[in-house]
Design a protein around this ligand. Structure first.
Ligand code: PAF
Length: 283
């Protein structure tokens, strides 16, 4: 596995000069959820015989944080991250400093943020501007890495839809693949933020996946939302949203596939999770 810290070196070590690799963008603090994304991307690269294999980026992107304190306290665990990347099958890791992604004095354009990013009462209501930062950095990384396939976790469901829509809007020839959420024992979705949970809060946080699974016995989106809110309230979890939406556009649910989504605070830790939803008894 080759580790580079500048875009210039990345381009230099990529034998193909782009298009012959898969890509997993991350912010580090990697866990088994990320390992599954890297393994998936490495498998795809192997199946397609892509010369440069799987490229992983590790970059804590300042422009997607709403609070400087949250950015500062975001865990940085580079050595462990590199070991995980190697074990999971990455061939190249790009771990730049802020100045390599956002060169001083250069204004990096924010691409047009797709409508799915600003659907009411979802992420944008609680983290205004967050997806602007995500789109900005992912476009920049796509431009440097030029992958054939990029793999993102389904845990950040809205992010996955935003990236898909942005990639289409930009007409980039990149296949965006969503990979299933990896869960801890007890159902809690793996997240870099889980390490901040106290033992007690970790137990309470399990109510989030429990609430999502309980929606499978409900018949309408309204009932599903009520069930989620009720379970979260019982565990005294502060709910930011607990909704059922169209799975792709995240507008109010219609005839197409639907998704149940939760964002909640357990103690000082903000957690998100989601599952596919359909009315009970339907196939
Ligand atoms: O999901 C993440 O870790 C980040 O939002 C991403 C996609 C790496 C962009 O910084």
């Amino acid at each position: 596995m080759i580790v580079v810290t500048t875009a210039r070196d990345l381009v230099r070590v990529m034998v193909s000069g782009g298009r012959l690799c898969t890509f997993v963008p991350t912010m580090g603090a990697l866990h088994e959820g990320h390992a599954s994304l890297v393994t998936r991307a490495a498998e795809i690269a192997k199946q397609r015989d892509l010369t440069d294999g799987c490229v992983v980026s590790i970059f804590v992107n300042p422009t997607q944080f709403n609070e400087k304190a949250d950015f500062d306290r975001y865990p940085r665990t580079v050595d462990a991250d590199l070991a995980l990347c190697e074990r999971a099958g990455a061939s190249i890791v790009y771990a730049p400093a802020v100045g390599d992604v956002y060169p001083a004095g250069e204004q990096l354009a924010v691409p047009e943020v797709p409508a799915v990013a600003t659907q009411p009462k979802l992420e944008d209501a609680h983290r205004p501007g967050h997806f602007g930062g995500v789109c900005q950095v992912v476009k920049r990384l796509f431009d440097v890495v030029r992958p054939q396939v990029a793999v993102f976790g389904e845990k950040d469901w809205q992010q996955l839809q935003v990236i898909r829509a942005m990639t289409q809007q930009l007409r980039y020839p990149i296949e965006v693949v969503g990979a299933a959420t990896v869960r801890e024992k007890g159902g809690l979705a793996m997240s870099s933020r889980n390490r901040f949970l106290s033992e007690e809060d970790r137990n309470r946080a399990m109510a989030i996946s429990e609430a999502l699974c309980e929606t499978w016995s409900t018949a309408t989106p309204t009932e599903a939302e009520a069930v989620m809110r009720q379970i979260l309230a019982v565990h005294q979890i502060e709910t930011e949203y607990a909704v059922v939406r169209d799975a792709i556009s995240l507008v109010a649910p219609g005839a197409g596939p639907m998704r149940a989504l939760i964002a909640a605070r357990v103690g000082s830790v903000r957690l998100i999770d989601n599952v596919a939803w359909r009315p009970a008894g339907t196939v």
